[in-house]
Write a protein that binds this ligand. Sequence first.
Ligand SMILES: Cc1ncc(COP(=O)(O)O)c(C=O)c1O
Length: 427
Amino acid sequence: MKEDWMHLARERDKDDSLTGMGERFEHPPGPDGRRAAYLTGHSLGLLPRTARDLVAEEFADWAQYAVEGHTRARRPWVSYHEQLTPLIARVVGAQEDEVVVMNSLTANLHLMMVSFYRPTAQRHAIVIEKGAFPSDRYAVVSQLEYHGYKAGDVLIEIEPREGESCVREEDVEAVLAREGERVALVLWPGVQYLSGKAFDLARIARAGHTAGAMVGFDLAHAVGNIALDLHGTGVDFAVWCSYKYLNGGPGAPGGCFVHERHARDFRGPRFTGWWGHDKAARFAMEPDFVPIPTAEAWQLSNPPILALAPLLASLRVFGDVGISALRERSERLTGTLYDALAVELGEAVDILTPEEPQARGCQLSIRVKRPRDQARAVFDELMAKGIIVDWREPGIIRLAPVPLYNTHVDCARAVEGLREALYDVGT
Ligand SMILES: Cc1ncc(COP(=O)(O)O)c(C=O)c1O
């Protein structure tokens, strides 16, 4: 090792006032029984300790009140989701009337495309990134087909330049300047799931709007990870899931942003359900739909209380710490990981994620270049050492030090483990 990263990491953890935050989460053990270095919050966040209590309280209220829990539970079920609204609004940089916690990411994406993909004879193309997360592409293609188009004719996919891992913002602008007249919708990620690149979202929204298109964001890897200002970007809609950086638990309800200029008075097509209907008149059981004048108008069904409780627990932690303090710590952690990887292992691994902190979240994606055919063995060895990372085809290892619960020592353990694994497979 060129530097004593473990010593440096201990010093940095000591100096960091947020190091103790990790105690508010339950950390899985590694194979040797000691606490794993869990670097996979980009896939599934850890369990917030208070989630157990909040779920247990719902069981208790269900047992005690049964149907009357809708109004008599300590957190009445009929309005339960509203407690999450101010918390999530702060996380995504939105007004409270612009956000709603509901459904899952792909379901919300479909609901949003029903409202915001409105093709005409001249303008019907959708712009996405080549290599978009498959569920997004499936959803987009099915919407195109639903409107009678073929993906081959109207799906525009933008890819990174030859030899690069990430699409550049200027290339999105260039495509929209060239093809904009036929584009109805731009769907873009906040943070790209494979490379970890964080996009300049204001710039993407501006480019789409200048071309005359609607713009939506998939924030699966951005929410709870980078500082967002959705309202300020002017984007038309955004969707996200809550099981990654938001720590809502496996399959946790996702969320949706609709800019206030649409949320308050929307005249376009919308798939509706009773939970989007005017709250004051919901139980009048009238046949005609009267939308809530907020993003809640897109809700279909009454909320899943047991699934929302862990998310409420986690969002309270975000509320306590604040996203900007988290982001500052995130830059310190990922900066340490980046430097250690580059200095110690630059010969053997490529870092695919941009080096500039503003162009990435906490995740770094690496590819073993030497020996390339042993990349999977390197990953397996890391896992066996209790360094929990993940593997994504084609041959990419993703590591994400999450500022809520990871430490600089976790980063140092990952680099040390990777160095040993590379040595063992023969570098
Ligand atoms: C970028 C991205 N989009 C979409 C999804 C699909 O999410 P869901 O299964 O919640 O619909 C995921 C899931 O990991 C994702 O990472």
